[in-house]
Design a protein around this ligand. Structure first.
Ligand code: TYM
Length: 385
């Protein structure tokens, strides 16, 4: 299966070879030693780390060096609000919530309504900003208090962000942007500028703090190119290089490489949204989730299924926390004891339990949304008002 795969911030397709990606992007694989070191501060590792769904990093060791010296820093991640939140987006956010709690750090969450307006055909700016507010509910629903989570909507935060973005932009040539993102003459100039905005929250919190703060960014690896560029520029502005933690992708319902994404064809056959009700989840999984089972029950009982390609099992890796339960499901499937329909039924139950709770918290978040939205004033230099 040596077909070509593509991973950029705007497109992911093909069967992704994550080892190759680590080499091409020049990142480091997460190893046992580093995870043990993290565990000393967090306690038992999150299942997304135990299962190496977060599998790679840039300078996590340096972030821990600083943390251990008492220089604690902050977390940063984000969302390009072009539609509803789906289960894939939750992957880095769940990890970030866990790190925020275990390490006691504040999270700055960027909503790039500007990015989505610039990049997405037919999307009005006002609509992107509206999606930012809706998507924010999914972040808050993970359990943050307003003092733990500041949400930065780019167009609303221009007063604080624009002066910093142009400092990045001045040090970023078109040639570097082209090499990193493949821009051509047909791209609009806003697209070319945009990466400067995504760089800003990686150092913005240092301004009110009055000292350079370490920054850790959990994301899926498609977003890495922005920070590869930013890491070369941010030190020139007097701040430390942001450290990164990379996740693999939750696949689309039909599997076959790539990531869960609304831009990959017909969303309803590929994507589960956080707002899907129990009936919809059941229908989508039963109808579309690619099965690693055999064609007939007899054959399946005899030869067993393949959990490695079975999308329902792959989703359980992300959403079933209990290792022992997961292992039994895996082994029973391989042995032909568990049928494909039964695997799907387990997933449907797991997701609906999770989403039922998520949707309840999401609605509660609506009432408190305004408390989480950052204002430019929060980022004035220390002592200046
Ligand atoms: P966006 O909206 O494309 O994605 C939001 C976050 O979700 C991750 N992601 C996935 N993770 C696992 N499986 C999937 N199927 C999947 N699909 C998306 C993305 O990697 C991302 O972490 N430009 C960014 C917004 C942004 C940002 C950031 C992201 C601004 N600042 C800092 C990460 C860190 C965007 O459009 O993300």
């Amino acid at each position: 299966m040596d077909e070509k795969f593509v991973v950029t911030p705007w497109e992911v397709k093909g069967e992704i070879d994550y080892d190759k990606l680590v080499k091409e992007f020049g990142t480091q694989k997460l190893d046992e030693k580093l995870l043990k070191r993290l565990e000393k501060h967090t306690g038992p590792l999150h299942h997304l780390l135990r299962r190496r769904i977060f599998f790679s990093h840039r300078d996590l060791d340096k972030f821990l060096d600083e943390y251990e010296k008492g220089n604690r820093g902050f977390l940063y991640t984000g969302r390009g609000p072009s539609g509803s939140t789906h289960l894939g987006h939750l992957v880095p956010w769940m990890m970030t919530r866990w790190l925020q709690q275990k390490l006691g750090l504040k999270l700055y969450f960027q909503m790039t309504d500007d990015e989505k307006y610039l990049f997405k055909e037919g999307l009005e700016l006002e609509q992107a900003t509206q999606y930012a507010l809706e998507n924010a509910l999914d972040v808050i629903a993970l359990g943050f208090e307003p003092e733990e989570l500041r949400i930065l909507i780019d167009t609303q935060m221009a007063g604080a962000m624009y002066p910093e973005a142009i400092k990045v932009a001045k040090r970023l040539t078109f040639s570097t942007a082209k090499a990193a993102f493949g821009f051509t003459n047909e791209h609009n100039v806003g697209e070319i500028f945009y990466t400067s905005m995504q760089a800003v929250p990686a150092f913005l919190p240092s301004i009110p703090a009055g000292r350079p703060l370490p920054c850790l960014i959990p994301l899926a690896i498609d977003q890495d190119p922005h920070f590869r560029v930013a890491r070369d520029i941010i030190p020139k502005l007097g701040y430390p290089k942001p450290c990164i933690l990379h996740a693999r992708f939750l696949p689309g319902l039909q599997g076959a490489g790539g990531k869960m994404s609304t831009s990959a064809g017909d969303a309803d056959t590929q994507v589960i949204f956080t707002t899907d009700n129990a009936k919809t989840v059941k229908e989508k999984v039963n109808k579309y989730a690619f099965s690693g089972g055999k064609d007939t029950v007899e054959e399946h009982r005899k030869a067993g299924g393949d959990p490695d390609v079975d999308v329902a099992y792959q989703y359980l890796l992300f959403f079933e926390e209990d290792d022992a339960k997961l292992k039994k499901i895996h082994d029973d499937y391989r042995a032909g004891k568990l049928l494909s329909g039964e695997m799907k039924a387990i997933l449907i139950e797991t997701l609906n339990r999770f989403l039922g709770e998520h949707q309840r918290k999401r609605e509660e978040a609506r009432k408190r949304l305004h408390e989480y939205l950052a204002t430019p004033d929060e980022f004035r230099p220390k002592g200046k008002h």
